[in-house]
Design a protein around this ligand. Sequence first.
Ligand SMILES: [Zn+2]
Length: 258
Amino acid sequence: MVRIMTDSQRVDSSSGLNLFFHGCGSGGHLSLGSAAATVEQQGTPLLLIDCGPGTLASFQQRYQCLPPALFISHAHMDHIADLEILTVRARLAGVAPIPLFVPLSIITTLHQRLATYPGTMAEGDHNFWQAFQLLPVTDGFIWQQRQWQIHATRHHAPGSSYALHLAGTLFYSGDTRPIPEVMAHCLKGGERLFHDCGLHANPSHTGLEDLAREYPETLRQQLVLYHYANEQDGEQLRQAGYQVARPGDCFALGASQA
Ligand SMILES: [Zn+2]
């Protein structure tokens, strides 16, 4: 049992950054939306993390614009499918190319899954990548005067899924089994921690029973869980003492979050 120590709805922080959740669901159960979130600064979107089915509609509803930049954690469809819509909307809106940060090792898969469809736009004269500025990422990247890092996680094949990390501010696990070695060695202190977790563990994702075995209590107290099957499962995670994100939640990031 861990105790909730912070108010998930507070959106003022020393970093000035918040994380807004468009969806918190797991791939096979989309009643909570595709897992995706936007790092925003005083209501202005900085970086969209993942873009699965429904993410773009949620983004445009909140910000009334297209994403200014995206980071893709991995190439499962519940994290990339809306890029097909975005490439067309960006072209029509005249805002292309949109910076798209993609871990180097998943670019081939991303290309094969989304960019090879013949005749991307019915109007012609368009291919998938024209709407994006592809920015391959090895260890990290600079965006909006900040140094973002990525860390390989445990989700299907090695080197196919990555966490996003802004030192002292944000750690977003992406889809993963527990990664205690990453959390122990890479966190700088002060990060708000968002972690994949469903009610039951499986070979692709973290489950409630994993947390107590893999992470110390001080770290578990700081976790905000997302990527679970449905609202009932989310409630059970909450009853176990954890913070749990809901679609539409906005979390303050950085050291003064509590
Ligand atoms: Zn996945």
